[in-house]
Design a binder for this molecule. Structure first.
Ligand code: CP
Length: 315
């Protein structure tokens, strides 16, 4: 079966969600829903048959790497994992040379995670034919996380239009937060950021985003609350005097979540530091969507791979 072209989608790469229109975002989410159902029914198309997909993870990952690999394989692709530590990267080969080598071996789609913000943009400019899918770059962007978060919230709330979403934590250093803000606002939500001023103030002027430092105040009227991972090295380097103070003022507990709307949902992109961003009891709370976020990872990545494949011959 060949890939179905979606008229709203004409891109070669997926680098971020910041320049995706609402129609493009919705096209990905809708296709994700369809592919999730077809996967459950064991009726997936072999859209990627004959396509070689390369995984190039220069930083650790569980959710993104595993779900991209499953998504590609289940759609019929041949998947190769660069295994960065065991590759010629260890001998000093540059990012561009490494990715060009993958391209010359026949890899047509490269899933790239890198610690350097902007690395996928450099890669996209340097390759002749291969598509780049950004699996997280530095503190800049994590587009497929934003897409799966948007799908999870859209289904839990019925619609994102008019929803009030609180995002709490280190937004300044979070690629998830940056991409989520773009996607959620474009899909009609308003986002309230809460956390230590150094971590949230940079977003005070963003359209559709407001900053409320005090979490208990921010939670009033919230339909969902997303906790961001505290990167301990960042906390130690500034932003909060100590983890203890962070937990006391911005750690989410069941009692704190009660301050949001009745039935408000809890999210976390993972991996979570239990006892810091969220209490241990909350990880099993019925209000938690954390498991559903992970479950939506494979169908959303299937959707993105399918849409890019449909455009591949045009480049
Ligand atoms: N949320 C996320 O990107 O998780 P991984 O680092 O496990 O891929």
């Amino acid at each position: 079966m060949t890939a179905t072209r979606v008229p709203t989608w004409t891109r070669r790469h997926l680098l971020d969600v910041d320049d995706l229109s609402r129609a493009e975002l919705e096209a990905v989410l809708d296709l994700g829903v369809e592919l999730r159902a077809r996967r459950a029914a064991r009726e997936l198309p072999d859209t990627l048959r004959g396509t070689a997909v390369g995984l190039a993870f220069y930083e650790p990952s569980t959710r993104t790497r595993v779900s991209f690999e499953l998504a590609a394989r289940e759609l019929g692709a041949t998947v190769t994992d660069l295994s960065v530590a065991g590759s010629s990267v260890a001998k000093g080969e540059s990012l561009v040379d490494t990715l060009r080598t993958l391209e010359r071996t026949g890899v047509r789609m490269i899933v790239l995670r890198h610690a350097a913000s902007g690395a996928p943009y450099l890669a996209a400019r340097s390759l002749e034919r291969a598509a780049i899918l950004n699996a997280g770059d530095g503190s800049h962007a994590h587009p497929t996380q934003a897409l799966l978060d948007a799908l999870t919230l859209r289904e839990a709330l019925g619609s994102l239009e008019g929803a009030r979403i609180v995002v709490v934590g280190d937004a300044a250093h979070s690629r998830v937060a940056r991409s989520d803000l773009h996607a959620l606002v474009r899909l009609g939500a308003s986002v309230v950021l809460s956390g230590p001023p150094a971590w949230v103030d940079p977003f005070a002027e963003w359209p559709g985003v407001s900053v409320v430092t005090d979490l208990d105040t921010a939670l009033a009227g919230a339909d969902a609350v997303m906790a961001l991972r505290v990167q301990r090295e960042r906390a130690a380097g500034g932003g909060v005097p100590s983890i203890t103070e962070y937990v006391a003022r911005w750690g989410l507990t069941a009692e704190r979540l009660d301050r949001a709307c009745p039935g408000a949902w809890l999210m976390h992109p993972g991996p979570a530091n239990e006892g810091i961003e969220i209490s241990a009891e909350l990880s099993t709370d019925p209000r938690s969507l954390i498991g559903r976020q992970v479950e939506n990872g494979v169908p959303i990545r299937m959707a993105v791979l399918s849409l890019l494949t449909a455009e591949m011959d045009r480049w």
